[in-house]
Design a binder for this molecule. Sequence first.
Ligand code: NAP
Length: 219
Amino acid sequence: MATVLITGASRGIGRELADQYAADGWEVIPTCRDPAGAGMNDAVKLDVTNSEDVCDLAMYLKDRPIDVLINNAGVIGQRDSAIGTIDYALWEEVFRVNTLAPIRVAEAVVENVAASDCKKMVFVSSIMGSIASNGGGHYLYRSTKAALNAAMVSLSLELSLRGVICVSMHPGWVRTDMGGPTAAVAVPDSASGIRRVVQRLSSTDNGRFFDYTGDEIPW
Ligand SMILES: NC(=O)c1ccc[n+]([C@@H]2O[C@H](COP(=O)([O-])OP(=O)(O)OC[C@H]3O[C@@H](n4cnc5c(N)ncnc54)[C@H](OP(=O)(O)O)[C@@H]3O)[C@@H](O)[C@H]2O)c1
């Protein structure tokens, strides 16, 4: 039976991914900041920015194989940033969550993923991190997801020798707390699309950027 580890599984896309994989018979390791608060007592406590939590996760897993790591946790930060209004302290925090943390988590579980059958790492990014399609504004969110994409490519090259496949994934504009009620895509459709794309990933996809329908996104 395959195993998936998901960060930010308390709500939104992460929670739905956890539910769908479980319904499909996968072993799911959901992680979140506050398992009791999220009503997920089976989840592993993981604030992705907390290095102790990340070390504890690695110790908890020991040598358990992880077929698919989904680095899903993320924050939007400041929605209406513009020159003169930028919150630099918040920008640093958004970098910690959206950029540094997914790489730190990947680093912590790399042996578990490399020891699995599927060997896949998914970095939930955003089309808003695409420099090619930048429509302006959102300095914090766009830059942290663009940087995540760059780091993902470095990781994909480093881990390709071990057969690990890394991709960035845009989940669509999704009706979650982050996406808001007018977003185009329902949470179950985003999650099922992500799962379909992940299932089909092969070594030729390593280091690429896809959306939840499988279309490739320009950097
Ligand atoms: N919704 C969209 O339209 C959209 C579009 C493009 C990309 N994305 C990306 O998709 C991913 C999921 O977004 P979503 O729409 O499901 O957002 P959401 O409903 O706001 O959920 C965000 C999740 O991230 C978790 N999280 C935030 N900071 C964390 C931390 N320090 N440690 C651990 N978990 C943390 C939250 O946990 P708590 O409950 O503890 O806060 C929550 O589970 C994000 O990476 C986001 O950037 C979303």
